[in-house]
Design a protein around this ligand. Structure first.
Ligand code: 1GP
Length: 235
């Protein structure tokens, strides 16, 4: 089980690294080269999903990924069309920073009949979008405002509310391709406030950025754009 594995890594103080694949930017032909690079990298997980992807060739991509890597593959969905039974699990997201009921409960309800036909491990995840310098795709698509990047306490309080509601993971997100990553002080205040594992992503473009996020308290860091732009990023 992917979630139990995350917990056991955490017990051993072992940090986790997810590579995010945006299915909109990847073709079936790219998968061989991509997975070769991922398998050589320090990645521990693969996330697949995007804000506006229509789910088109997702199953094909995930099935190919499964053939070529042993890393756990988690769906990171922007909407209920992005579900593939071929993956290991799904981050069942709730956009806690926003006040758009579609992303708080409507999409989740619509996803149920699809999820019921799969054996995916469903991991309840509180997703918190932090202001990052300019409008990000997730902000545009979800029609929600991100949280103030200077109000660390409110972000921590939001994360704690997610944990109390029952989220098993908290994802602190600046948005894919963000100008500015989540502030380190915010990561550390959120990490101290919650007892569930903390994922941090968005706008992290260097190995130092990954280390800094880990040192601030992230259990898992997500890298999308940096690897997308440079397949040798982890070399
Ligand atoms: C987006 O956190 C991920 O949801 C990754 O962001 O593409 O900026 O690395 P980047």
């Amino acid at each position: 089980m992917v979630f139990n594995q995350i917990l056991s890594f955490r017990k051993k103080a072992q940090k986790l690294l997810a590579i995010l694949i945006d299915p909109d930017k990847v073709t079936v032909e790219d998968i061989s080269v991509l997975t070769e690079k991922i398998n050589q990298s320090p990645a521990t997980h693969i996330f697949i999903g995007g804000s506006s992807f229509d789910g088109n060739h997702l199953c094909e991509l995930v099935a190919l990924l499964k053939q070529k890597t042993t890393l756990p593959i988690l769906i990171f969905p922007g909407n209920p069309t992005q579900i593939s039974a071929e993956a290991d699990g799904i981050l069942f997201l709730q956009l806690l920073s926003g006040r758009n009921s579609d992303y708080l409960i409507e999409h989740q309800i619509n996803a149920v009949p699809i999820l019921e036909k799969t054996n995916l491990e469903i991991i309840s995840t509180g997703y918190i979008l932090i202001e990052s310098g300019s409008e990000t795709a997730v902000q545009r698509v979800s029609k929600t405002k991100p949280l103030d990047r200077n109000n660390y306490d409110y972000a921590a309080q939001t994360a704690k509310a997610g944990e109390l509601i029952g989220n098993k993971l908290i994802y602190l997100e600046a948005g894919s391709g963000a100008q500015k990553a989540v502030p380190l002080k915010m990561i550390s205040m959120v990490a101290k406030r919650i007892s569930v594992p903390l994922i941090v992503g968005g706008g992290i473009r260097s190995k130092k950025g990954i280390e800094d996020a880990f040192n601030a308290g992230a259990d898992m860091v997500v890298i999308g754009t940096a690897f997308e732009n440079d397949i040798n990023f982890f070399d």
